[in-house]
Design a protein. Sequence first.
Length: 725
Amino acid sequence: MQIYTCSERSESNGLNPQQREAVEHTEGPLLILAGAGSGKTKVITHRISYLIEKNLASTENIIALTFTNKAADEMKNRVMSLLKGLNPPNMGRLWVSTFHSACLRILRKNIDRLGYKRDFIVYDANDSLSLIKVCMKEMDISDERYSPKSIAGSISSLKSELMDKIQHPENKIQEVVNDIYALYLKSLKESNALDFDDLLMKTTLLFEGEPVVLDNYRNRFKYLMVDEYQDTNRSQYRLVQLLSSGHRNICVVGDDDQCIYQWRGATIRNIMEFERDYPDAKVIKLEENYRSTQTILDAAWAVVSKNMYRKEKRLWTRKNRGERIFYYRASDEHDESGFITSKVRELHQKERVPYKDIAVFYRTNAQSRVLEDALRRDGIPYRIYGGLKFFDRKEIKDILAYLKIVINPNDSVSFKRIINVPARGIGNATVERLTEYAKSKGINYVEAVRGGSQESGARSHGLKEFYNIFKKLEAIITSDTASAVIKEAVEITGYLEMLKKEGTDEAEDRIENLKELITAAEEYEERTEDKSIAGFLDQSALVSDADSISDTSGSVSLMTLHISKGLEFPAVFITGMEGRIFPHISSLDDPAEMEEERRLCYVGITRAKERLFLVNAEKRRIYGQEMYNPPSEFIKDIPGELMSYGVDELRSREPEYRNHNNSLTPKLTNSLTPFSVGSKVAHPQFGSGVVLQKEGSGENTKLTIFFRNAGKKKLALKHASLKKI
């Protein structure tokens, strides 16, 4: 995959007038509205170097915050390149990092003020989910009636909003969330552990509750810059507000049209209302695009400009108009994937486009299966992103859990994960007894194991074996580098021997993954002065999906539209461009969510540099049912003069596909009578919904409807008391 940034192509040409104005405005609040591909990274890095070159700040007076390690590393490298000749002192004291990395750094020095030990462990999403399940079991709450993942999502949302409970529960589910949340917080504290959301929440609470700590960082960081400000949540907003209070030299860069993460806590209000928070703010728009053709930019604007809640801006480019957008309406999902495969082959063989320069986006991961089958059959190499991350693989989590429990013997999740891995005859009943024993005596898990190992019997033999492993790891944990500790750990724990004895292809793959873990630790040691395993564990806990995307693969890239944000490809396919798929069915009766779907479409379109293909299907089997979907309304938004078919059978029917605004959009085949497929309806009990399927006729008509609050229901029309919205 080839990943470019617009600024790399224009670096030698200097700054355009708007970019220069943003760089040189150094005092007071500044909002930079940076459209897709307009050079925002270039502006941030030049602004940092400008502050240092003009002696307005030293390296230690600047902090720049972003959302991925990849973006932070890119910024840091560019700043170092810009300041190469100047060679300022203390470059290592320049903070360019993700929000979570910065907060982790602050908490490592100050969390004892909140009643935690500084050697706390950071739980990833899977660890947090495991702990929530333990809490639910302890409270005798059914994980079939109440989804642990849903509970985890609710807790994450509460933490993003800096709330320790739902203030006024409106139903039983919210009461259950509050109860689990309270025990979950208590369990985290007992384990001396923080989850990912805690890094932001605890730092905010630290600043609010400890003015001395806040003053220390506020006085140090005289200039604060925030990238992707449209993606900040409530806790990040508050952190930025606290750090910039006083000097108010806050510069935020973002694009309201690219706010696509509200489902995980980001709030578009932060960027939309920046001028309310800072009435004296300078606002600069970056509208010149260095990435895409004008045709692609016009199509993106045609979609996103329908949103009411946005700041007016329109991207333009000095590049030529480029080719028209290629639109194909397939008969079904197999025809859709067949078209994409043949077009990818054509681009590669006839137009010499490398596979790494081609990407296929979809709204949901479920859409990838048929596409993968087609690519495999045609022998086209591909790589799919957004699946199981490296640090989420079982063997990786197992070995790291051993090291976590040595660093923090109170870590209940890691302890329960590896107490019997490899198998040593320690069952669940023994684990429960050890847990109760540790709680009753006020000791950690390892001390409880030592007590149990002094008994006689098979169980004590397993506990003694585990305790001996712990002591061997304890002896090397601080004396060796991270990679050396991991090499020893796979041997000492017996994990490598276990996989070798298994002797399967899967076991061999897992051994290779453990070798790659050692390589990851070696690369970490090359990048940082901290060579310790504790530092490596911190770094691995902060890895995101975007950080795992490589630009060296010679394969077609497959990913969801959400993952595509921040990337660029010469050729892009967006699949499933049909109603109920994209825009997603859950957004159809919610104006705010519908606006986010439009922004997501805008993001997808603006990833394309030169060629864009929009594809959909008249029917598709997905989620276990056959769906007949109208074309996406986003396709209808794009003016016809920007579109082309390029398929003979469709070209011959082109007049049939014209609609009232001259867009090249197939006419809907569904009946326009009430309650046709795609209709929005209201039910007296279930609320608003969308018709998915229609069976029978007259009095025997049955409708399958997706209700926002009640899920999917199959209803007899004559008894349903439905109203069309």
